[in-house]
Design a protein around this ligand. Structure first.
Ligand code: C5P
Length: 303
């Protein structure tokens, strides 16, 4: 039993659409988000232990906290409390998703920890029960659990899946620096102070373009209300977006609160040479949609 190990893989997300509405009394904004899970993954290994702890390796691992503020630790603790489990878990995260890049890397780890600890402790929670816990952990965590393509409303946590035809090819550029999500929302509020914030919605045109696989329609429908505040806070993002379009990308958009920039491509092989020369970590090619947090390989030791 001592050698039991659970392996879970959880994807990054891109917001194809992110419409931000009024600030709610609870401090969150009403959102309408069109999420897509893409093929960049964090891998989370979970083994039995007395306490709950986390270690991190992989790209930018030094920027991920390993104390109680780590979202995977919070997820494990929440599941243990809710299920009345007294066992612990040693969690190891191998980062493949850019840290603080607007791609829900921390949410992916939380979703993976929920799925993995549920398997390790045999708590047997249904997916909708895990989703409720996920929503307590963060607005994007429920989507990291389900993956695919989905519309998120409320503060982003109320999901309805969206039909898609075919695969979308993305290139991601990670410019220097990190943007804090609350800070980008605050900048949004500052810029929006004189405007009326309407109730946000995802335009029907991009939903039908996704359903029919109309790439030009999808490209035309990409929209992010956090892009302008993200550019105000990190002006070089405007140049990255422009370079990608000059290189022939079908569309360019800041992902979530940034600073990752996502380019929609008409082929998986096409490169973006002038973005590459300016991008700190080079370019990452990926595709979507892909499934949410999933057990990869439950490994049972001899004990
Ligand atoms: O839910 P999550 O912990 O990911 O949110 C991080 C921060 O982003 C929140 O504390 C809030 O400042 C901002 N946020 C928001 N409205 C949302 C989601 C997030 O203002 N719908």
């Amino acid at each position: 039993m001592r050698d039991r190990r659970i392996l879970v893989r959880a994807p990054a997300k891109i917001n194809l659409v992110l419409r931000v509405g009024p600030l709610r009394p609870d401090g969150f904004h009403a959102l309408a988000s069109l999420f897509q899970a893409v093929s960049l993954f964090d891998t989370v290994s979970i083994t039995p232990a007395v306490d709950i702890s986390v270690t991190v390796s992989g790209a930018q691992a030094d920027q991920v906290p390993t104390d109680g503020s780590n979202l995977a630790v919070k997820a494990a603790m929440l599941l243990a409390d809710t299920a009345g489990v007294s066992s612990g878990a040693r969690i190891h995260i191998t980062k493949g998703i850019p840290v603080a890049g607007g791609m829900a890397g921390g949410s992916a780890d939380a979703a993976a920890a929920l799925v993995g600890c549920d398997a390790l402790w045999r708590t047997g929670f249904a997916r909708n029960e895990l989703s409720e816990l996920a929503a307590e952990l963060g607005s994007d965590v429920p989507f990291s659990l389900v993956g695919g393509t989905a519309i998120g409303t409320g503060r982003g946590e109320q999901l309805s899946p969206t039909l898609t035809r075919g695969t979308l090819n993305w290139v991601l550029a990670l410019p220097a620096g990190a943007l804090s999500t609350p800070a980008v929302f605050r900048e949004f509020d500052r810029l929006a102070a004189d405007r009326d914030a309407p109730q946000p919605e995802v335009a029907p045109a991009i939903i039908s373009a996704l359903r029919t696989g109309d790439l030009a329609g999808i490209a035309a429908g990409l929209a992010n209300d956090l892009q302008e505040p993200a550019i105000r806070m990190q002006p070089d993002l405007a140049e990255t977006l422009r370079r990608g379009l000059d290189d022939g990308a079908m569309a360019a958009i800041v992902s979530g609160s940034g600073p990752t920039v996502a380019f929609l491509q008409d082929s998986p092989d096409r490169d973006l040479p002038s973005v590459k020369s300016a991008s700190v970590r080079g370019l990452m090619h990926c595709h979507g949609p892909v499934p949410g947090a999933r057990l990869v390989e439950p490994v049972f030791g001899p004990g």
